[in-house]
Design a protein around this ligand. Structure first.
Ligand SMILES: [Zn+2]
Length: 159
């Protein structure tokens, strides 16, 4: 007996059908379920087919088959971590080969408004400037956005 076979037995009992009928319903070879009795565990694809055919939860089946853990079955799909760093201008060093910070167009923001100065060098941004935004906590505790040239960031980090 195996955990998988215990699970299969439980499902068959709950559905009140025989192994042969379940195999037919799930589109499995009749011998499949019989082999499980000997402790053989199915490949993931067969475990899923069995569960799906029986209208059971496929994640639960994979757990009972000991292919994944309970934790993995319960874990919600990971949300993509959104970067807090935004970037503007043309991607660098080029559109084809981008630095990690400007890889994602979803993080691209409008270039700084006219008159905005680089927070690092204090110079005004030309219209074709490239750089990133830095959240800045101002004296009144409101977060506003500051802009920095990518060249200044690179220099700053390198210094
Ligand atoms: Zn600068």
């Amino acid at each position: 007996m195996s955990r998988w076979y215990d699970y299969v037995q439980r499902v068959l009992r709950e559905h009140g059908i025989s192994a042969a009928a379940a195999a037919r319903q799930a589109g499995l070879a009749g011998a499949g379920i019989h082999n499980w009795k000997n402790g053989t565990r199915p490949y993931a694809a067969l475990a899923v087919r069995f569960a799906r055919g029986m209208g059971e939860n496929v994640l639960e089946a994979l757990v009972e088959c000991e292919l994944i853990t309970e934790d993995e079955a319960a874990r919600p799909p990971e949300k993509r971590k959104r970067s807090t760093v935004k970037w503007f201008g043309e991607p660098w060093p080029s559109d084809e080969s981008r630095a990690p910070v400007c890889e994602d167009d979803a993080d691209r923001v409008d270039p700084p408004p006219a008159g905005e100065q680089c927070v690092l060098c204090g110079e005004l941004f030309p219209p074709d400037a490239q750089g990133i935004t830095l959240p800045h906590l101002s004296a009144d505790l409101k977060t506003d956005i500051r802009y920095a040239h990518i060249e200044c960031i690179v220099q700053n980090v390198g210094a």
